[in-house]
Design a protein around this ligand. Structure first.
Ligand code: SAH
Ligand code: SF4
Length: 330
């Protein structure tokens, strides 16, 4: 798919043609220019010659048919991952990548260990959603939620991510409610501050993963640049300004961040109605191991005992390497 070329191709055509073509791509999700029947035939031929609607992807489907993971090859040969999670309540969540690789380099993350290659264009972010919209269209269904929790740090590709968010949210295109769009960040303070100025009701999630700077810096080296107190004060400002809740993501890694003392410290940091903690089972990608269920249970009990709202992310897509970066690394 290459939307960037459209301006050039359409320069001799009336302006509304671009809108029509974009609606075919991002609202009707057609995969063939011949389906763009309201365009004149000569324009369709020009588009066919100069543009492509093809999305080059390998699809891996979980045994329970609820998780679809795609490894997409971009026009320069680089690979990214996008995942569709079908929920029982008819929600269809797509997890998108914002970069090829990631410069943040978290120790537990397969993407982080790949290093950073480049930012994705707006087009490349959107094609991940288009891929699954095309698939769901065949089942008379739609993508209902988009989360920026695939490869990459969205705040380091801020402009393109926000342009993609606006198109996803636009009624003339994907039409996905802002409240159904989430951005997850490793805690880039400048990005959190920019986001609070946007007039958009999207959700913010923070990869917290440890309650002290010492521990967090060990698994997330970026913590040396943006430490816990800087992140938390940016979040408090964000909450004050947007009145929106913030998700604190916490992967439980065996004997790394799952001690009772960690739970107590975390509870002190994220108390208050506007925070909630999402405990994520760790998907092993290297040396770390997921926490044992008794430790998870205890961790959760401590947080709840301190009045913290806790949710638990279900482990999606067993058997298809659902953790971000695992396919691309292979
Ligand atoms: N870079 C952003 C968004 C992408 S990562 C961020 O870090 O927030 C999305 C989430 O998946 C993050 O919370 C991240 O810490 C988590 N994650 C990374 N590797 C994982 C793994 N192996 N198992 C479980 N969660 C993982
Ligand atoms: Fe990057 Fe997020 Fe992975 Fe950390 S967890 S390396 S920020 S993708």
């Amino acid at each position: 798919m290459n939307v960037e070329k459209l301006d050039d191709i359409l320069k001799d055509f009336p302006a509304y043609r671009k809108k029509q073509v974009l609606a075919y791509m991002f609202k009707n999700f057609v995969s063939d220019f011949d389906e763009m029947t309201s365009l004149p035939k000569d324009l369709r031929e020009i588009l066919k010659k100069n543009c492509s609607l093809e999305i080059n992807s390998d699809m891996y489907i979980s045994d329970d048919l609820e998780t679809y993971k795609s490894l997409i090859t971009l026009s320069d040969g680089k690979k990214i991952e996008a995942v569709l999670m079908k929920h029982d309540d008819k929600r269809n969540t797509v997890c998108v990548s914002s970069q090829v690789g990631c410069p943040v380099g978290c120790e537990f993350c397969a993407t982080g260990r790949m290093g950073f290659t480049r930012n994705l264009t707006v087009d490349e972010i959107l094609l991940q959603v288009v891929l699954f919209e095309r698939l769901l269209k065949k089942e008379n269904s739609r993508v209902t939620n988009v989360v920026f929790m695939g490869m990459g740090e969205p705040m380091f590709n801020y402009e393109n991510v926000m342009s993609a968010v606006r198109l996803l949210n636009s009624k003339g295109f994907f039409g996905i409610a802002a409240r159904h769009i989430s951005i997850s960040t490793s805690g880039i303070v400048g990005g959190i501050k920019r986001l609070m100025e946007e007039k958009l009701q999207i959700n913010l999630a923070i990869s917290f993963h440890a309650p002290t700077d010492e521990k967090r810096s060990k698994i997330m080296p970026i913590n040396k640049n943006f430490g816990i107190s800087a992140i938390v004060s940016a979040l408090k400002e964000y909450i004050l300004k947007t009145k929106r809740r913030v998700m604190i993501e916490y992967i439980l890694i065996d004997h790394i961040n799952d001690f009772e003392a960690d739970a107590y410290k975390l509870a002190d940091i994220v108390k208050g109605d506007y925070f909630f903690v999402n405990l994520i089972p760790y998907n092993p990608t290297g040396e770390f191991k997921p926490s044992f269920s008794e430790r998870v249970k205890k961790f959760k009990e401590i947080l709840k005992g301190r009045g913290i709202t806790v949710t638990q992310r279900y482990r999606f897509g067993r058997g298809i390497k659902a953790a971000c970066g695992q396919l691309a690394v292979k």
